[in-house]
Design a protein around this ligand. Sequence first.
Ligand code: ZN
Length: 379
Amino acid sequence: MGAFRIGRIAGIDIRIHWSWFAIFLLLTWWLAHGFFHEVYDDWTLTQEWAAAVITTILFFSSILLHELSHSLMAKRLGLPVTSITLFIFGGVSALGAEPSSARQEFQVAIVGPLTSFLLGGLFGLLALIAWRYDYSGRPPAAIAEYLAIINVAVGVFNMLPGFPLDGGRVLRSALWARSQSMLRATRWAATAGTVISFGLIAAGVVSVLAGSFIGGVWFIVIGWFLRNAAETSYQQLLLRQALEGAKVGAMVNRNFHGAPPDLSLERLVHDHILGQSQRCVPIVVTDDLLGLVTMSDLKRVPPGEWSSTSAFSAMTPREKLYTVSAQDDLTQALEMMATHDIHQLPVMEGRTFLGFVTRADVLRLIQIRTEVGAVGRTS
Ligand SMILES: [Zn+2]
């Protein structure tokens, strides 16, 4: 969502989120107008902007290499990797599964910062060579110096021990190995992440008060982003744990009574929606699902026309519906409902309609499983 593909490396989609353009422009502008302009006052305007553009491109290439190292390591260890997305706060690798052991987690996490340190070292070496040949203070040397420093900074920042930063994942892997409980390790690492995010916000506020506005605001925004990320990833883990192994098939709700396609909307509202308090009526012929009439379909037809409109002409047709099959994981179904903000999904077996999986039913299952789990842990 909000991102598009720019290419594919080693079977991994490389994507750019629209917010990335904001940071690309901001960084280029700040380098040209601020940093290079102030540090190297003998450069021409063209030199300032050319150096700024090249530096920004190389910086984001470095971020991409950092993410690629995570993804390639994950792939090597057999974890599915779907894509890498560059966005306003850098890059993120989308793994199709969580690491299954502390050792795997450690290997996937550590290669990122190592790559950044290695890049920092390489650019440092280039800067040294530039100095040696008397290029000091000229654009090529300045670009290499800046990239050496920024890559080391990226490595250091990512090694902060708060989940979901790389350092937080390293911490989680260590706690995981010790406690043998991924859930407890995640809770601690996420708490460390929250502490660090508040530290960043506090540092940002101090910087703003001390007069460094852009840098300060940036720290506050990053701190805020991290805080949310720490919380969300912990919640997701809880959810995934509660629904582990559960399939859609075990949760099919068959209490929805289908209506024939030629039924008028008036009868449908009276018999199905009011009569049986269904929020959603499947339109079926034998077991073949033609579509659904939901509350929003109903709102599109003025009540005066309900008696003359058939369910068939008001329904959302099957091709436009999100559906799941009985073999799908419940977590997938729940994610689908959350992303598209819908309350129920038709469960299909080929063209045959089995029933619905509803958000309310899944949430009830999570609640029960979490409570049973809590009892199981304390005893
Ligand atoms: Zn990383």
